[in-house]
Design a protein around this ligand. Structure first.
Ligand SMILES: [Zn+2]
Length: 473
């Protein structure tokens, strides 16, 4: 009896289908579940001399075949992720998968990872504000279905309904969720409109024809004797006579423009203060880069306008003028407020997400680029040592950047034969170095974009399909 049990033939019952094989075959992969079977195994039935497993016999056929082939091939009719789980059950190590099946497995895993990114981004917003209610009509089922799976969603959902009535959460939804009501949608588009108006305003702010002269005309340029001034005064004068600074400092914006700009500032500040005051999670609110931009834009716009009105400060102090110019520069960030559109245009949001997840590729691009710039800068400096074209290495670095990005201003150019050759190599190298990571980033975007379309499609299907059974959790 004992001899029979330990004989080479093994009978396995997998999902009530019998498989007969030899013990020596099962020893092919040492350390796997099948190679370790003996009469002490819990699956062993001594009376019938059979090992019982409650697994899918269809999948087991392929598992058993791996022992014969000495490598694992994933059947194309099975989801590779399911097959991976099956391999885990039989404790077959992942390195046994044949290279021909790697793509099949890892592509699915990557797709799933991308899908998770997309779904997290979608739920991210809701989770962040989970103290508050965010039951958006028509969206609630899908929004919480993912959360339900880990058991926490139900509680949040219930809590959300309880708080639904509070006035703060209503204002919050009105301000932050254009999908929550028609009024919120109107507010949302009005906000975008104000952003656009403020951007147009910014662009025409310093156009000479819409500015009103202030004290420029009263300054008589000819009466100043340049030679009698000391050096600092002369420098100041030079700075003052910079055409752009003269215009910014010596003229006022048209009163209508000023009024509209003040309206925009009041609007942005009002929106910001109101949102912050009803925000359920202030820390999370200010961790969002978009909201930080809102704060910066509000501050800079206010400073710019206050200084524009009290221009006498600028006349006295050149530093203040530069500070104002810096604020004006930062105030151009108002254009970024247009990214509020990401709430409606999902693919815009996915583009930002793709950039966020391509950080590694971007850093790689920057690093390779910098290394090459330094190399070409040093080479061209040596090659052009006899000409007076490249006076120092800072300028050769500038030349390398401009050549590698194929901009080619032409302010510095090689004149020697070796310099020409270097220029050609540098330009071609630039194209290649820039193109490669960009393809990778585009790949990330395209993947995320596809997964997002699938997710949106699925969301819509769930929303439309109200009669389906839901799995109990
Ligand atoms: Zn294969």
């Amino acid at each position: 009896m004992a001899n029979q049990r330990l004989s080479d033939t093994v009978t396995l019952s997998v999902g009530s289908v019998l498989f007969k094989t030899t013990r020596s075959l099962l020893k092919t992969f040492d350390g796997t579940l099948l190679s370790n079977l003996d009469e002490l195994s819990t699956e062993f039935d001594a009376r019938e001399n059979v090992y019982y497993f409650d697994r899918d016999p269809e999948l087991f056929r392929h598992i058993l075949n791996s022992y014969r082939l000495k490598e694992v091939h994933i059947p194309r009719t099975v989801c590779p992720l399911v097959f991976k789980k099956e391999m885990e059950f039989w404790s077959i190590p992942i390195q046994m998968i044949a290279p021909c099946c790697w793509q099949y497995l890892y592509e699915s895993e990557n797709n799933l990872a991308d899908l998770n990114i997309v779904m997290n981004e979608d739920n991210d917003y809701k989770k962040k504000w989970s103290k508050h209610n965010h039951v958006i009509p028509g969206e609630k089922d899908v929004a919480t279905s993912a959360e339900m799976q880990d058991g926490t969603g139900q509680e949040i959902h219930k809590k959300g309904i309880e708080e639904n009535g509070s006035r703060r959460s209503k204002i919050w939804l009105f301000l932050e969720e254009p999908a929550s009501s028609t009024a919120a949608k109107v507010w949302y588009y009005f906000y975008i409109f104000v952003v656009l108006v403020s951007v147009v305003l910014y662009l025409i702010w310093l156009v000479p024809s819409v500015r009103v002269s202030r004290y420029l005309s009263t300054l008589d340029q000819d009466s100043i004797d340049v030679f009698s001034l000391n050096s600092t005064a002369y420098e100041d004068l030079q700075k003052t006579y910079n055409e752009k600074i003269m215009m910014a400092g010596g003229t006022d914006p048209h009163p209508v423009l000023l009024a509209v700009d003040v309206f925009c500032i009041v609007f942005f500040a009002f929106e910001l203060l109101l949102t912050v005051s009803v925000c359920p999670n202030k820390k999370a609110y200010f961790c969002d880069i978009y909201n930080l931009i809102k704060v910066i834009v509000c501050l800079c716009m206010t400073i710019t306008v206050v200084m524009e009105i009290n221009k006498d400060i600028l006349k006295e102090n050149n530093r203040v003028a530069h500070f104002m110019m810096a604020c004006r520069g930062l105030a151009s960030l108002r254009l970024l407020l247009i990214f509020r559109l990401r709430k409606i245009f999902n693919s815009l949001h996915i583009m930002l997400v793709a950039l966020k997840h391509s950080l590694k590729e971007l850093m790689l691009l920057l690093f390779t680029f910098l290394v090459l710039v330094v190399i070409y800068a040093c080479l061209i400096f040596s090659a052009e040592i006899e000409s007076d074209m490249f006076p120092n290495t800072q300028l050769t670095m500038w030349w390398a950047v401009i050549t590698m990005t194929t901009v080619g201003y032409g302010d510095f150019y090689p004149v020697s034969t070796f310099g020409y050759i270097l220029g050609v190599v540098c330009a071609i190298n630039g194209i290649i170095v820039l193109a490669l990571p960009i393809a990778a980033i585009a790949g990330v975007f395209s993947n995320l974009f596809s997964r997002n379309s699938e997710f949106q499609r699925h969301k819509k299907a769930v929303r439309d399909d109200k009669g389906v059974l839901t799995a109990k959790t």
